[in-house]
Structure formats: C-alpha cells, structure tokens
Ligand binder design. Structure first.
Ligand SMILES: C[S@@+](CC[C@H](N)C(=O)[O-])C[C@H]1O[C@@H](n2cnc3c(N)ncnc32)[C@H](O)[C@@H]1O
Length: 300
C-alpha cells in the first residue's frame, strides 16, 4: 500500500477510508472481499433462495463473513462478544419503546405478552431468546441456514425459548407470504444488506398498521471508522478484520429518511455506547458510532 495512494484518496472520504483499510489489511486495490473472510460457496448456496426474490436483500460477500463465524454465536468471548455485551442495553431500549407504544407495563415479568415480533437477521438468536422470555411470540429469520440451526439448537435447551420459530429465509420472502408482525426488529443487519432503502421498505411491509420497527446499526462517521473498524477489528481484534465496510454504514439522518419514505416515522433514536476495554454498554445521546432507532408504522 503506497502512501501516494492514500494521498490521492484524501479528496474522497470513501476512497480515503478504504485506502486506510487496505493499509491496515495489506490488501491490494481491488473489490475482492477482505483476506480474513473465507467465502464458502457451499454455505452460501444453502442461504435463502435468491433467485425467487424480486428484490433481494442478500449480499453474498457479507453473508460469507457470517458463515465463517457461525459456530461462535454463543461464545461470549468470541467475535459476538460485542453483541452479547450490547444485548441488555438494546433490550432496555426495545422494552421501554415497545411498552410505551403498545401500552404495556415494563415492570412485569412478561411485558411483551400478546405481541407478535419478528427478528430479521437473528443470527444465533441472541435477541430472540430474551424477547420470548419477555412474553412475545417470536419469529427469528436469517439468510444463513447455519445460523438458524445454531439458534434452534440453543433455543431447544430451554422449554421457554424452544417456542421461538426460526426460519432460514429473508424479509422479502415473508412479505411475499403476506406475513405481518406487531413489531419488526433488525439489529446490526442493515449495514450488511444489498440495498438499505429497499430493506427499509421490506421491513415496513412486514409491520402491522400502527406497529413498530426497531433498527440498530453503525453510523458512518470518523469515530465509527476509528472505533468500529480500526480499534475493534485491527487493534483489539474483537471482530474478524473486514467484518465491516465503512462505506456501507448509514447515518441516523439517512436511516430516518429511508424509513420515512417507507411510511415508518422515527420516534426515538439513542446511542449504544460500547466500551471495548471494559466490555460495558450504555444508552446515550452519543449516536456517533452505534445507534438504535424506534419507529412507528404510519401508512394510514
Ligand atoms: C451482525 S449479525 C447480527 C445478528 C443479530 N441481529 C444480533 O444483533 O444479535 C448480522 C446477521 O444478519 C444476517 N443477514 C445478513 N444479511 C441478511 C439478509 N439480507 N436477510 C436476512 N439475514 C441477513 C447474517 O447472516 C447475520 O446473522
């Protein structure tokens, strides 16, 4: 990686950050996936059928990254450590926003009793399990069969979580099946899909009239480049190198606009501040890196 390549890229933030990324990963200038990613065509061919979808959210390079780490979903010290660390905090946000919207009592043991929730891109089921314990009827979907199998195995360890319905499919397939839910949740997925605006429309189509949508993702900011990529992937090695593409991140304003165009009005946005040194996470006004939004369906 030559320094003049860096200098040429400075005029354009995307090129600049990609050049920095290549500098850290010693990758050649090309569009090939990061070297740490071992794309496995056999796993990807098992992913939800792409050809039958009119507008597919599947990005096979992104899915290859998750296929490579699928066995580690429930290893709290593995690549999913940040997701496990953020889980209680994002659940607190989901609980307070959904309870307020659906007039549920957040102080009871099963506040989501009566709510039908889908978790799109559920991975190994880190979020689905607490949701079902909180009383919701939960469907978890993921494009990778490996993830769904691991989620199923883990959920079956407990009679309460065994009630989760897992399926290897995409949100757009559920729309074709005319499935709808009181709440549609998709955490840390939108930055990995093919077309975020289309994905928002698909999530909106799955949301019942008057229902709710919750999305979390990573802001496209200087801080996110420093923290979510340089620090987390390259220095602390919390995540495999190349897990995230800075240019695929969306800003809170972009997400709000995409959702508004899909008839979802964002009602609340919060920062999820994860400290990689202490492993702690908290809700904050700081939305410069990880953030979570709650919106309500507004088509009528
Ligand atoms: C970073 S993980 C997040 C997992 C989970 N939502 C969580 O936060 O604990 C992203 C997940 O989205 C899944 N995924 C990526 N693109 C998808 C798509 N188009 N449709 C469904 N799942 C997808 C991946 O297989 C992976 O399990």
């Amino acid at each position: 990686m030559a320094s003049n390549q860096l200098l040429r890229a400075i005029g354009d933030p995307n090129r600049f950050f990609n050049a920095i990324r290549r500098f850290f990963s010693h990758q050649p200038t090309s569009t090939t996936p990061p070297s740490s990613v071992e794309s496995s065509p056999s796993d990807i061919s098992k992913s939800a059928d792409k050809k039958s979808q009119p507008v597919s959210s599947l990005n096979e390079l992104e899915l290859a990254k998750f296929s490579a780490i699928a066995d580690t979903w429930w290893d709290r010290e593995g690549p999913c450590k940040p997701l496990h660390a953020m889980n209680p905090t994002r659940l607190a946000f989901i609980c307070s926003t959904l309870c307020r919207h659906f007039r549920k009592d957040p102080s009871v043991a099963r506040p989501f009793e009566g709510l039908n929730i889908v978790d799109v891109g559920c991975g190994g089921g880190i979020l689905c399990e607490p949701l079902v314990r909180m009383g919701a009827t939960v469907t978890g979907i993921d494009a990778l069969e490996k993830n769904v199998k691991i989620a199923r195995l883990h959920a079956d360890l407990d009679p309460v979580t065994s009630a989760i319905e897992y399926c290897c499919t995409t949100a757009e397939s559920l729309v074709k099946e005319q499935k709808m839910f009181d709440a549609v949740i998709s955490l840390e997925v939108i930055e990995h899909v093919e077309d975020p605006a289309e994905f928002c429309k698909t999530l909106a189509a799955l949301t019942n009239p008057g229902g709710a949508t919750v999305i979390s993702t990573i802001n496209r900011s200087l801080r996110s480049f420093a923290i979510a990529i340089v620090l987390a992937e390259y220095l602390l090695r919390l995540l495999p190198k190349g897990t995230h593409q800075w240019s695929s991140f969306v800003t809170p304003a972009e997400l709000e606009l995409m959702l508004r165009r899909a008839s979802i009005n964002v009602q609340e946005t919060a920062g999820l501040v994860y400290n990689p040194f202490t492993g702690r996470c908290s809700l904050s006004d700081d939305i410069s890196v990880n953030f979570i939004v709650f919106g309500t369906e507004n088509s009528q």
